[in-house]
Write a protein that binds this ligand. Structure first.
Ligand code: F6P
Length: 358
């Protein structure tokens, strides 16, 4: 038996750990062959982008960030962009993909991705393709799993940055504004903010007011703290305001960014304090996965192979602490998992004096 694996969407630390677990489990437990499908769904449209994955191919990749298969969020099988005679056209390639899967002899395809990639996998499964999902995103905003791998590594990177910014902020009596990723969810900002001892945390889920932020910073100064750390999620916005957007991708996705500078300038203007802004950006997607993420990614990879062995297609592996379970792909893509503005973590942080700008 032969199965395929692809990675889609933005990369997340732990992708290679999943691929490794899939190859090792398929080889040792089932004696199956594994095919690596490169460049996300592109590798199911252009069969040249497929190669055998052996134990040798996955040697030494457990600790490696990125993905040995390459990834992209630019290939939507149902709205595939191609250039014909110099003109761009958008076509539905799903039937081609279905044929490629059969022609390549793949009896199961493991799709490791976030909401966009898993939505495509779900639609392909509805057409009769043998798809199985593995959830991935540093944003941790996927429904139907307690957590995604990559998230904890991103939180660790952001927390380490905050640790470093504390000392320079204190030395210069400055306000340090740090913009973190997360798209429309504030999980990275919330967890790194609390773990990194931030004084103000701004989340997409809680519209903020500049006055509330400045009140907190002024109050801290009155009490003798002359530096403050402000963590801003890239999707945060003022009450009544819009999101900071740097552009739109060709596929129509909003590219978020710039809220850190806006908040920093406004704080400087209103308080007269020296402010510096740091945008962590793609640093949060890089590096070696933390042990937690390696373990979760490995468990997901093993479970995904088992789903194929059991013939459970159209399902996604998921962590429901302490178990790895299977959930319908449909449940995973229903909506975003957001921070609860009145949940325990936000309320506990507020109890310690952290401001969410409300
Ligand atoms: O979804 C992961 C993520 O890193 C988001 O946090 C961020 O908004 C986006 O991807 C950035 O995408 P790109 O790599 O296309 O700039």
């Amino acid at each position: 038996m032969k199965i395929g694996v692809l990675t889609g969407g933005g990369d997340a630390p732990g992708l290679n750990a999943v691929i490794r677990a899939i190859v090792k489990t398929a080889t040792h437990r089932y004696r199956w062959e594994v095919v690596g499908i490169e460049e996300a769904f592109e590798g199911l449209i252009t069969p040249d982008l497929q190669r055998p994955l052996t134990l040798q191919s996955v040697h030494d990749i457990l600790t490696l960030g990125g993905t040995i298969l390459g990834t992209t969020n630019r290939v939507n099988p149902f709205q595939y962009r191609r250039v014909v005679d110099g003109r761009e056209e958008v076509v539905d390639m799903s039937e081609t993909i279905k044929r490629t899967i059969v022609a390549s002899g793949l009896e199961g395809v493991i799709v490791i991705g976030g909401d966009g990639t898993l939505t495509a996998a779900h639609r392909l499964w509805q057409m009769g393709c043998p798809m199985v999902g593995v959830p991935k995103t540093i944003d941790n905003d996927l429904q139907a799993t307690d957590v995604t791998f990559g998230f904890q590594t991103a939180v660790t990177t952001a927390t380490e940055a905050l640790d470093k910014l504390h000392t320079t902020a204190e030395a210069h009596h400055r306000v340090m504004v740090v913009e973190v990723m997360g798209r429309y969810a504030g999980w990275i900002a919330l967890e790194a903010g609390i773990a990194g001892g931030a004084d103000v945390i701004l989340l997409p889920e809680i519209p903020f007011s500049l006055d509330a932020i400045c009140r907190n910073i002024d109050e801290r100064r009155r009490l003798g703290d002359h530096s403050s750390i402000v963590v801003v999620a890239e999707g945060a916005m003022t009450s009544g305001g819009g999101r900071a957007v740097v552009g739109t991708s060709p596929e129509g996705y909003e590219r978020l960014g710039g809220i850190g500078s806006k908040v920093g300038e406004a704080i400087g203007r209103q308080t007269g304090i020296d402010v510096r802004v740091t945008v962590l950006g793609h640093l949060q997607r890089g590096g070696s996965p933390t042990p937690f993420d390696r373990l979760l990614a490995t468990r997901f990879g093993i479970a995904a192979v088992s789903l194929i062995a059991e013939g459970k297609f159209g399902q996604m592996v998921s962590l429901r602490v302490p178990h790895i379970v299977a959930v319908p792909l449909e449940d995973a893509i229903k909506g975003r998992k957001m921070v609860d503005p009145d949940g325990e973590m936000v309320r506990s942080a507020e109890a310690m004096g952290v401001s969410f700008g409300r």
